[in-house]
Write a protein that binds this ligand. Structure first.
Ligand code: UDP
Ligand code: MG
Length: 316
């Protein structure tokens, strides 16, 4: 059964006890309709609820289902990386567990793949049931990232996509940490296309992506694919130097014309605050890059696996 697996479906799980059964039911229904061999790889990203027990039960009843248990929460991008690295299918689909990405769209992706495309990503034509803040920040971020990079990272797409085995192998060979997987998929190239879909409301439970995790993902995306923030630090330095020179000339001229003292504490403190603000912001930007260089130099793995249930045999 493990040999000749056509499709691998990679599903990250973090505290999804309310969602896992329905997610499995919908995915199984869709994948059974293909009449081809498949595996569904659930990655339990250190859940603290009943996600693990519930998924282990599913595994004990269905040999097509695998479960990778992480030793703790490593994050969504690490979870999908582990799924891709442990997949054996000819085509690999990454999909969220919460049914915001409708499993039925996988069939459209498979059709495109059979037409000869190597990457078929899901493009969100509409987002339902998400807050204005989430929609606004996501929309702005995708556009900001696009304007900053030379690689064509499509806007309004998440990690819901199908990739061919050769694309998956190329991604698995990239050793980088702090992965922004959707950007890496664009980076590796190959023949890419998209299918549009409506992103529905979460089936149950709350988002597992609080602002802190969203910010981390956004910084990973930007720092992995753009040097522009570092250049911005240089531009701001140039701008503040220019303002400083102009203000000195203005002050000297006033001093000579009005025959007053050059010392103006209010002005000096304001300029100092602006300068400190600019310098510290620039150091913060540089820090984002240095922190990531530090992560690379440590060479730690992206995740630690505690165990795998229903592990697939190695591809022959
Ligand atoms: N997820 C994960 N690890 C995390 C956070 C999220 O594996 O640390 C999973 C989560 O279970 C879901 C997917 O990543 O399957 C997307 O998360 P979520 O739906 O909460 O994000 P949102 O759609 O709100 O951006
Ligand atoms: Mg979601």
């Amino acid at each position: 059964m493990n040999e000749n697996v056509m499709y691998s479906i990679v599903v990250p799980l973090y505290n999804e006890e309310l969602v896992i059964d329905e997610s499995y039911r919908r995915l199984k229904k869709v994948m059974d309709s293909t009449l081809e061999n498949y595996e569904i790889i659930f990655i339990n990203d250190g859940s603290s609820d009943k996600t693990r027990e519930k998924t282990e039960k599913i595994c004990s009843e269905d040999e097509n289902i695998r479960l990778i248990n992480f030793s703790r929460n490593f994050g969504h991008q690490c979870a999908i990386t582990a799924g891709m690295e442990n997949s054996i299918g000819q085509a690999v689909v990454v999909i969220d567990a919460d049914l915001q990405d409708p499993p039925e769209v996988i069939l459209d992706m498979i059709n495109k793949w059979k037409e000869g495309y190597d990457v078929v990503y899901g493009k969100r034509a509409k987002r339902e049931g998400e807050s204005f803040f989430k929609r606004f920040t996501a929309r702005s971020f995708y556009r900001l990232l696009k304007s900053m990079t030379s690689i064509d990272i499509p806007v309004d797409t998440g990690d819901f996509r199908l990739i061919d085995r050769k694309v998956c192998n190329a991604l698995n060979s990239l050793p980088e940490k702090n992965r922004y997987v959707r950007g890496l998929v664009s980076w590796v190239g190959y023949k890419q296309t998209f299918v549009e879909f409506v992103r529905h409301e979460r089936f149950a439970g709350d988002s597992k992506y609080p602002l802190k995790k969203m910010m981390k993902l956004a910084f990973d995306g930007i720092t992995s694919f753009s040097y522009k923030p570092l250049m911005l630090a240089g531009y701001l330095g140039g701008l503040s130097l220019f303002i400083g020179i102009v203000s000195i000339i203005v002050e000297f001229t006033k001093c000579i014309l009005q025959k007053t003292s050059i010392v103006n504490f209010g002005l000096i403190i304001s300029i100092d605050l602006i300068m400190f603000g600019i310098i510290l912001s620039c150091m913060g930007i540089i820090g984002q890059y240095i922190g990531r260089i530090f992560d690379e130099s440590k060479g730690r793995p992206n995740y630690v696996i505690e165990n795998i249930v229903n592990k697939a045999f190695e591809r022959k």
